[in-house]
Design a binder for this molecule. Structure first.
Ligand code: GLN
Length: 195
């Protein structure tokens, strides 16, 4: 099994480490790599797009064809998980911030996202959420986006203060928070179980 963590910018190493830990827990054999170039992405069974700066990650993945390859893999029903900025990039529809910055999205997840949805006063915070299929989960939000609306094929996994902060659409998972920062491997185990 080969899992690629898109490694152009953001909290890449944290995802590499926790995905390895989740693999170990499940007794799976495989490798997890930080992928910075298109040829490293080939042959992956699943992809994670980490948090960071969506504008920057977007520019870099569209530069050398990684974006097209992620879209192709999603069409092959390989699991793709986007966390925070990664979820923004998976979305079909962005807000005015996405438009103003001309951020090119992958347009896979049938949702409309709002960047920095929790305001300036709450740049980062931690809350316990109920995540469908997982249970109580300590969620860390950092300048997090939220989902304004989700299409019929999208299953809501978690909400915080009425806002949608976790979704699944078949093989695609989008989370507004950072599951790689808690040491809790359950979300990454769930992701691996989709392979
Ligand atoms: N605010 C960032 C963005 O819009 C996302 C923050 C994060 O990934 N932690 O791109």
């Amino acid at each position: 099994m080969k899992i690629s963590i898109i490694g152009v910018q953001g909290d890449v190493e944290e995802h590499v480490l926790i995905t390895r830990k989740a693999m170990e827990k499940l007794g799976l054999d495989g490798k997890v790599i930080a992928t910075r170039k298109l040829d490293q992405l080939f042959g992956s069974d699943g992809v994670i797009i980490p948090g960071g700066e969506s504008t920057t990650i977007s520019k870099l993945i569209w530069k050398d064809g990684m974006a097209e390859e992620i879209i192709r893999m999603a069409e092959e029903e390989k699991p793709i998980m986007g966390t925070c900025a990664g979820m923004i990039l998976l979305a079909k529809h962005g807000d005015e911030q996405v438009e103003k910055t001309k951020t090119r999205l992958l347009k896979l997840l049938d949702v409309k996202i709002r960047r920095n949805a929790f305001g300036r006063q709450r740049e980062s915070f931690e809350v316990e959420l109920d995540v469908k299929g997982i249970g109580r989960f300590n969620a860390i939000f950092i300048r997090a986006p939220a989902i304004e609306w989700a299409g019929d094929d999208v299953e809501v996994l978690a909400r915080f203060e009425e806002k949608i902060v976790g979704v699944r659409q078949k093989n695609l998972i989008g989370l507004a928070f950072h599951p790689e920062l808690t040491g809790d491997t359950r979300i990454h185990e769930f992701f691996l179980s989709l392979i």
